[in-house]
Design a protein. Structure first.
Length: 411
């Protein structure tokens, strides 16, 4: 039976779950560097850990989508994914060295990889095709709202607990925040288990992995090429924060510049939260691919503007704010509309698998882009790094705009 409206208990439950899940995860993110410093663990090991965890999450998305299509039990696997995130925070809270922290981090990313494509498929099946944009827009807004609250609450708790607990041990304020973060993590598990209904998910026992790969429509393959090339220039937000810190340091000093850069990142996430639902609504009205092309254009402009700022040495917060706002709108479009375009291009029988492939392509793109932007930044100059990223984004945008319409514009 086709659902009558996107606004239903499943979409509400998925949104609440993601808000709690990101609140849990981002509280951990904001205190993890402090815990590592207190334990004397070098930054190089943090980079290795994050790279391994990110790569594992990308691979897990690919496999999880196929498992959901073949064996069903999608809701159970999503609940397990959120539970692993919470358990990972607990391992980090009790860690006395690098290896237990790494285990907790990898468990959390493994859980993120499991739940992503399966949750997206459950949501897709729970709404009418012509209202998918609004459903994903609401979900992304709720998710990003948790990403805003998480760092704010985590930072506030460290400041509040620091004066009393630091006398016991330098690690105690950070451990305490990690333990507290398990509360919203547990609420995420509970809300998905109670509120979300999976309208399908019976499984297709005869489905084979390579058979599913071969049966992906050519239009979706072309779409993945465009997304992959665009993603290869779409570097991590941490590099954007570093860029803002460096450009503002001559005028404000390193400490104040870092604080202002953090504030700009909060601005970016706030913009992403506010525009996610309108972006989804717009994609339902104008066509998902057209809106996605527009979002990609804004992302390209943000890179070019950042390159100009570095090239001219214009140390002012206003053009940087424009960069972060454009980046926030682009992120809202990407995360809201990419799944909607995917759903319009692929058959329902392998949709979770295709969501997993999309997640894996995005994950690989993230690794490539951040590595090469950082490399060019270090060996040449930051303006050339961002100009190269902008050129790559433009190539991906052009390929997406040239994609023949096989339903993507009517999603």
């Amino acid at each position: 039976m086709t659902p009558k409206s996107w606004w239903n208990r499943t979409i509400l439950g998925a949104g609440i779950t993601s808000a709690f899940g990101d609140l849990c995860y981002e509280m951990g993110n904001v205190v993890l560097p402090g815990l590592l410093s207190a334990l004397g663990i070098p930054a190089a090991l943090l980079g290795v850990m994050e790279g391994v965890a990110d790569g594992l999450a990308s691979f897990t998305k690919l496999v999880a989508g196929y498992i959901g299509d073949r064996f069903g039990h999608r809701k159970t696997l999503v609940v397990a994914g959120y539970a692993l995130n919470t358990i990972g925070q607990g391992f980090m809270a009790i860690a006395t060295g690098f290896w237990l922290i790494a285990l907790g981090r990898i468990l959390a990313w493994f859980g993120r990889g499991i739940r992503g494509p399966l949750r997206d498929e459950i949501m897709t099946a729970a709404v009418p095709p012509e209202q998918r944009g609004r459903a994903f827009g609401f979900h992304r807004a709720a998710d990003t709202f948790g990403a805003i609250l998480g760092p704010a609450i985590g930072t506030g708790l460290v400041a509040w607990l620091g004066s009393s607990l630091a006398t016991v041990s330098p690690t105690m304020p950070f451990r305490s925040v990690l333990v507290i973060s398990m509360i919203p993590g547990a609420l995420a598990v509970l809300s998905f288990a109670v509120l979300v209904h999976d309208p399908g998910g019976g499984g297709k026992p005869k489905l084979r992995f390579w058979g599913a790969m071969r049966s992906m429509p050519s239009s979706f393959r072309h779409y993945l090429v465009a997304v992959g090339i665009y993603g290869s220039g779409d570097f991590a937000p941490t590099l954007l924060i570093l860029a803002a810190t460096q450009t503002l340091s001559p005028s404000y000093g390193v400490t104040m510049a870092g604080a202002l850069a953090g504030s700009l990142y909060v601005l970016r996430n706030t913009v992403q939260t506010l525009v996610s639902y309108p972006v989804g609504w717009l994609s339902d009205r104008l066509g998902a691919r057209r809106v996605l092309v527009g979002g990609y254009v804004l992302g390209t402009l943000s890179c070019v503007l950042l390159a100009i700022i570095f090239a001219l040495g214009y140390w002012n917060i206003l053009p940087l704010a424009a960069v972060f706002i454009l980046s926030g709108i682009c992120a809202a479009v990407q995360e809201t509309v990419e799944p909607v375009v995917t759903a319009a291009l692929v058959p329902a029988e392998i949709r979770a698998t295709c969501y997993g492939v999309l997640g894996a392509v995005n994950g690989v793109g993230d690794l490539i882009s951040s590595f090469f932007v950082g490399l060019i930044w270090t060996l040449v100059a930051p303006q050339w790094a961002f100009l190269a990223a902008g050129g790559t984004l433009l190539m991906g945008t052009a390929l997406l705009a040239a994609l023949k319409n096989h339903g993507a514009d009517s999603a």
